[in-house]
Design a protein around this ligand. Sequence first.
Ligand SMILES: O=C[C@H](O)[C@H](O)[C@H](O)COP(=O)(O)O
Length: 273
Amino acid sequence: MFRQLLHSLSPSLVQSGRRSSLACSTNLALFSTQTTAKMSLEEAKKCAAYKAVDEYVKDNTVVGVGSGSTVVYAVHRIAERVKAEGLKLVCIPTSFQARQLIIEHGLVLGDLECNPRLDCAIDGADEVDAKMVLIKGGGGCLLQEKIVASCADRLVVIADYTKDSAKLGQQYRKGIPIEVAPMAYVPIKGKVESRFGGTLKLRMAVAKAGPVVTDNGNFILDWSFPADKEHDWDAVNREIMMIPGVVDTGLFVGMATKAYFGQQDGSVTERSA
Ligand SMILES: O=C[C@H](O)[C@H](O)[C@H](O)COP(=O)(O)O
């Protein structure tokens, strides 16, 4: 039943990204409260993703493809536009998942060796604060995402309304992911806890015994930082990055230029840096 409803929604939503907000609102009204609650989150992601792609992806450009569930909608929309408008794009992946999405949608796969400069990168986020500082890496893909974003003229964030936050930690409670060399996870945990407080937990795999191993062969420590303090995230990030064995953090400071948040009613709100 749910699948049928979802399928019946799609055509009106894919006709035009610019009309997608209205289509989302109208269709959502058709469903019961229980179904709408579930639909809203996915529809919200889709509306944000479509809007970002329609506003930022231009012909003859190099586009960074982020990772996560929201990016799936962005890739669908990119593929639709490539087919409908004949856009010439090169897509640079930020993870194994992104690479698969690019290939499955028949898009042109590139890499940073051949395309070291990108026009824009479109990516999800686990949380976006009022100053456009991001937490990323909830899906373990932060390192390649940060590298690709650093090569892009613009990092455009796509997210649903649950990611919009005044202050980091208000919405996303799983902590800040830190990608580390496996041999160093215990000393890094101790150093971050004694310097900044909070607790770091080794992220464990779900369908495998042992820890999550990233696309780069590393471990992830999720740092539940003290929420009662004001943090200078730029300074915190720099200091953590100096600890030997830290590969990267899920703190993206001063990188995102624009964020789109899909709302429950089908509208999309925006924030700019
Ligand atoms: O590691 C994962 C990435 O940073 C994702 O972009 C982030 O977790 C947001 O993912 P989603 O769109 O599934 O909420």
